[in-house]
Design a protein around this ligand. Structure first.
Ligand code: CU
Length: 435
């Protein structure tokens, strides 16, 4: 028997639909941002258990609706050519109270169950549990209410840690005092500890999402969204991505959470509290510059200090190197967001440019000079940005501009950045996957 052409066409169509469904589902076994496996904290697991209930409810509703639709079609379809315009409707059901009650109560019950679980989950996710963490900060014991201020801007995330008496959930990011620790793209937290995130933005709406630790929360300028929290069971690196379309390089706005054992977290805090470490003669050179002298640079570090203060410090802070020439006001004149990554501890991070490039080669563990050079040559080659004045009246930009550095300046700066803190532990160096 051969298929007639209309049946063949029908089967081809069905096959195409199945194929397209599989392709469009974009399933991947090892996806970095998987919401259903590799869950590493209680909040993510709560969301996952809720999703599982919700999925079974929707499977059941779907199966039921499909089954009665199919049955209705099978029973009442008109066969062959015996269709005429005045075919009668099948007999209509009328005033069947039992059926009508079921039509109303069953969906209402289903919604009630789903809604109930949703409310319970939301209450759970939004509950606060203040558990002070004792830290040694610059030699004195501090009871830290574990909060991290998360600030989105085009196109990278800043994380601020305040150890003093400041009530971070009562203040806007613009009015907060300078943080004790400021990092970019990588948030470091102690394991087994609920960390409250104060999420906000300096320009447009972004959304912060670390799938293996918790759901998304929007970062809205002028608003601080608390409480939103994360907690990691084990040490590890957890990837995230901005999930609210925020302009040109939205897809290149990634981030990571690094969870450390409490002792390692303390060591990290200690390191972050230090300024840039300089050799004695370079320190003396710097001090002469700060005093207003113009000594001749005698080595690469000294040349880099000079270049940094002249060409980078209008946006970037590097503590010890540029404290006196950097100011928040000056950054606000340069950039729409009014912030650029703090570079003091650049070498203690493992990813840069919004999480799309590696600071250390994931295979060899060596400092990745190649990508850094490429970035300094022209940042827009790596990450599209609007690094030019918005218009004649507004000189502010959105990304890092091409500063037309010479090869020697770049070599010197790469050396300076390489010395910006200790290399992190091996397990933190994980390849970041965006081209
Ligand atoms: Cu964004």
């Amino acid at each position: 028997m051969t298929l007639n052409s209309s049946a063949a066409r029908r089967y081809t169509r069905v096959a195409l639909v199945v194929l397209a469904t599989l392709l469009l589902a974009a399933c991947a076994g090892d996806a970095e941002l998987d919401t259903r496996s590799d869950l590493a904290g209680p909040e993510a697991r709560d969301i996952e258990s809720f999703m599982r209930i919700l999925l079974w409810v929707t499977y059941a509703v779907f199966a039921f609706v499909m089954a009665i639709s199919f049955e209705a079609w099978r029973r009442f379809r008109i066969r062959g050519d015996d269709y005429t315009d005045d075919d009668e409707w099948p007999e209509q059901e009328d005033e069947n109270s039992l059926l009508e009650m079921l039509f109303n109560t069953v969906p209402a019950l289903i919604l009630l169950i789903v809604g109930g679980f949703t409310i319970i989950l939301h209450m759970e996710l939004n509950s606060e549990e203040t558990n002070l963490v004792t830290l040694d900060v610059a030699g004195s014991a501090v009871e830290w209410e574990p909060q991290v201020v998360v600030v989105g801007q085009q196109w990278w995330w800043e994380y601020q840690y305040h150890f003093g008496d400041v009530d971070v959930d009562q203040e806007r990011v613009e009015t907060l005092p300078n943080a004790d620790i400021v990092t970019a793209t990588q948030m470091v937290i102690p394991v087994g500890q609920e960390i409250e995130l104060e999420i906000t933005s300096r320009d447009v709406i972004h959304s912060h999402w670390i799938p293996s630790l918790n759901g998304k929360r929007d970062a809205v300028p002028g608003r601080q969204s608390a409480p939103w929290k994360i907690q990691a069971d084990e040490p590890g690196v957890f990837f995230g991505q901005c999930t609210e379309f925020c302009g040109l390089s939205h897809s290149r706005m990634r981030m990571q959470v690094v969870a450390l054992e409490p002792a390692d977290f303390q060591a990290w805090v200690n390191a972050q509290m230090e300024g840039y470490p300089l050799e004695a003669d370079d320190q003396a050179y710097l001090e002469a510059l700060v005093a207003g002298d113009t000594p001749a640079a005698e080595n690469s570090t000294q040349r880099a200090i000079n270049t940094f203060r002249g060409k980078c410090a209008s946006c970037h802070l590097m503590e010890n190197i540029a404290d006196d020439v950097w100011s928040q006001e000056r950054v606000a004149e340069q950039l729409v967001a009014g912030a650029a990554p703090n570079l003091t501890h650049f070498a203690t991070r493992t990813t840069f440019a919004g999480g799309i490039r590696n600071v250390y080669d994931p295979d060899t563990g060596d400092f990745n000079e190649t990508d850094l050079r490429e970035w300094l040559m022209n940042p827009a080659d790596i990450k599209a940005n609007y690094a030019q004045p918005a218009n004649d009246d507004d000189p502010r930009m959105r990304g890092m501009p091409n500063l037309n550095l010479t090869t020697e300046e770049i070599d010197d700066l790469v050396g300076l950045l390489k010395g910006a803190g200790e290399k992190p532990a091996e397990f933190i160096i994980e390849e970041t996957g965006v081209e």
